[in-house]
Design a binder for this molecule. Structure first.
Ligand code: CA
Length: 236
């Protein structure tokens, strides 16, 4: 009774020793671990095993970690999948790119398996926290979104939003700190059968910022990829 099924972690790493070591440590912590040694194999495992989190090496044969990350983020089903990237010190600029492309965290090689395990747990906890919207309310600074009443308030004032603006904001508030691609936003808010272009998303983000100026700096555009709502202060 009350026993939670183990969470599945996918580890994608082409160095066998590191792969085995990470697997061992994560299993010791009660995780179910599936592995892949190339980028393509990793993507296959994501689809097959539906892991709760991916530990992804940056330098991989066939397809590097950045491209794997990009592919994962581009699909609606896996857009929110937590990713921790493994990088080497010399690849620090790639680390930055990795985070911009939507990795949630990164660990620099050489690392202690214990430290990595701690990061895995921390990230899973963070995801759980942002995904429990049982109350039907989101808060972001002075902003309140009430899903039940279909209301957005800034302090006491109700801010009228169109259905799409409301949907966009809901999605952003649901996933603070995550990069949401235009395609994913378009599919989630407008639906798969919508024939608009991703420019539609830009236009609505702009309108949202006009109606709620506090979002001007809070919603950041991420290169050619999409948007991210900065995590609210004090939530780290
Ligand atoms: Ca490697």
């Amino acid at each position: 009774m009350g026993i939670m099924p183990p969470k599945t972690i996918l580890v994608v790493e082409d160095e066998k020793d590191i792969l085995q070591l990470v697997k061992l440590y994560l299993e010791k912590e009660g995780f179910r671990v599936v592995t892949a040694m190339t980028g393509l194999e990793g993507l296959k495992q994501v689809a097959q095993e539906q892991p709760h989190l991916v530990v992804l090496d940056l330098m991989l044969p066939e397809m590097n970690g950045l491209d794997v990350c990009k592919r994962i983020r581009a699909k609606t089903e896996t857009a929110m999948l937590p990713i921790i990237m493994l990088t080497a010190k010399a690849e620090e600029s790639d680390t930055v790119i990795g985070l911009e492309l939507g990795a949630d965290d990164y660990v620099t090689k050489p690392f202690s398996p214990k430290a990595l395990t701690a990061r895995v747990k921390a990230l899973l906890r963070r995801m759980e926290r942002t995904s429990t919207a049982d109350t039907g309310q989101y808060y972001y600074g002075p902003l309140t979104m009430d899903l039940g009443r279909h209301e957005v308030r800034l302090g006491q004032d109700e801010i009228p939003l169109t259905a799409k603006e409301f949907g966009l904001l809901e999605h952003l508030l649901q996933h603070p700190g995550r990069v949401l691609t235009r395609d994913v936003l378009l599919n989630t808010v407008w639906g798969y059968d919508y024939f608009g272009t991703t420019r539609t998303v830009d236009v609505h983000i702009r309108r949202l910022k006009q109606k709620l100026p506090l979002l001007e700096d809070a919603i950041v555009s991420v290169k050619s990829l999409g948007y991210k709502l900065k995590e609210p202060a004090g939530n780290v």
